[in-house]
Ligand binder design. Structure first.
Ligand code: EPZ
Length: 417
């Protein structure tokens, strides 16, 4: 079923466990290739992007078995270096296999991980950085090929933070000869989780979570048992949905310590928040307050992945909010759909949207165009008066285990995939 039906206008109540992080699990699964032994990855989210990653690992000879508490990956018999599968055509997150395969096999042939709805998604930083480590790139029959006769550590100064490029450098550097120093590294919690897994396997990495990461290559790696942290973006999605629809909820396992900028914006909207080791308690305001400006930025700034969800809350807020998207060039696709629900938004300039809060949104038939915008439309439908149907929810399944089940646990009337 590719659509979700929501009966809106019901405040959310109750508690919901937050799944494991998609953007931590994907690079960690890629990193299991480096180990050549069995790793057990706990709290791995059961989502489409992980399933696609698993199909790639299997295609390269890994044995992968889902178990109740997580997923067991045995990469002792990896052979081949060609990664082609319909499952990952254009799947951006397969890109982190580039560094892992170079680290493991010194070569890889893969689909060009193309752009997507939210932007061009270039890979120039990945290619440039790995080139500094001795990787040569080419193109064969439209495929990207990479080989490294000798993978050497290097000092790499990234001109701007890139999560994926930082991850690929780390994955290759762990297996390289000598030390690698990354300056201008991305600081996202998902980088910390990846380095946590690699260090648990025996890697030597310092500075994860800062802009300066040092990796000592050539350490012997061993299989390990590692737990993926909870997904801060899923937690933030549900947090803003509560602010938009009203009510009070508990987000179990939500990593409040990694959500500072998100909690600041939620607080400015009038939400009452209580964070603990167990999760985040959210009490929505009667109506979201205007926050004047929401600007996305690399971590620890406000995450671009929550821009659409925050936009929905602002669309129901008092006053006017300026939303600035600084990471991706086309991340306002949800606006045309929110207008169908009565949202009042005006594009001022590239990446700048003026949101005029309205008292209510009306249920409507809307279309998800990409993952996070689709999840934001579900939040808008929960807040809207009347019934909404959101089509294209296969996009949403890429990053949310079961958004319908989760919102039903919070008292919403949702039917769908
Ligand atoms: C990761 O994408 C996440 N995906 C994204 O989440 C997230 O929005 C993004 O980081 C935040 O920066 C995964 O972790 C799987 P980047 P990534 O490299 O690594 C430009 C979601 O919804 N850039 O940090 O692809 C790029 O165009 C997804 O879960 C280059 O110019 O993002 C962007 O403007 C969406 N050249 C900026 O850097 C490059 O070689 C940050 O991109 C690479 C990136």
């Amino acid at each position: 079923m590719d659509s979700i039906c929501v009966q809106g206008g019901i405040a959310l109540q109750g508690e919901v466990p937050i799944q494991g992080s998609k953007n931590a699990a994907l690079p960690i699964l890629a990193a299991t290739l480096l180990v050549g032994e069995r790793s057990f990855i706990r709290n791995c989210p059961r989502i489409a992007d992980v399933y696609a990653m698993v199909s790639l690992l299997k295609a390269m000879g890994c044995q992968v078995n889902w178990q109740e508490q997580g997923i067991l990956v045995d990469s002792s018999r990896v052979q081949g270096h060609e990664m082609q599968s319909e499952a990952v055509k254009g799947m951006r997150s397969s890109l982190c296999l580039l560094g892992a395969m170079i680290g493991r096999c010194n070569e890889v042939v893969m689909e060009h991980p193309g752009g997507c709805v939210i932007g061009q998604r270039p890979i120039d930083l990945h290619l440039w950085a790995l080139g500094q480590m001795g990787v040569a790139f080419g193109e064969t029959q439209g495929l990207l090929s990479a080989t490294a006769d000798r993978l050497c550590g290097a000092r790499i100064c990234l001109p701007k933070p890139s999560v994926g490029a930082t991850e690929n450098i780390i994955l290759a550097a762990v297996m390289a000869e000598g030390d690698t120093l990354i300056e201008g590294a991305a600081r996202e919690p998902e980088i910390v989780a990846l380095c946590g897994y690699l260090c648990a396997c025996g890697a030597w990495i310092q500075g994860a979570g800062t802009a300066c990461i040092r990796i000592r290559g050539g350490q012997r790696l061993y299989g390990t048992d590692y737990t993926v942290p909870a997904d801060r973006i899923v937690a933030g999605t549900y947090l803003f949905a509560c602010i938009a629809a009203g009510g009070n909820i508990f987000l179990e396992h939500a990593p409040g310590e990694d959500m500072g900028a998100v909690l600041t914006v939620a607080g400015r909207m009038g939400a009452r928040l209580c964070t603990s080791r167990e999760g985040i308690y959210v009490q929505a305001p009667p109506r979201p307050l205007s926050t004047d400006r929401i600007i996305t930025a690399p971590y620890p700034g406000f995450p671009t992945d929550l821009q659409s969800s925050a936009l929905v809350a602002a669309a129901l807020g008092e006053g006017v909010t300026l939303v600035e998207e600084t990471i991706f060039e086309n991340r306002f696709r949800v606006v045309e759909e929110l207008r169908k629900m009565g949202g009042r938004m005006e594009m001022l300039d590239t990446g700048k949207l003026l949101v005029r809060g309205v008292d209510t949104l009306q249920g409507a038939l809307v279309e998800a165009k990409e993952l996070r915008g689709g999840a934001a439309l579900v939040a808008a439908a929960l807040a809207a008066k009347g019934e909404s149907v959101i089509r294209g929810c296969l996009y949403i399944n890429r990053g949310y285990e079961n958004i319908c089940r989760d919102f039903r646990e919070l008292g919403a009337r949702v039917i769908g995939a």
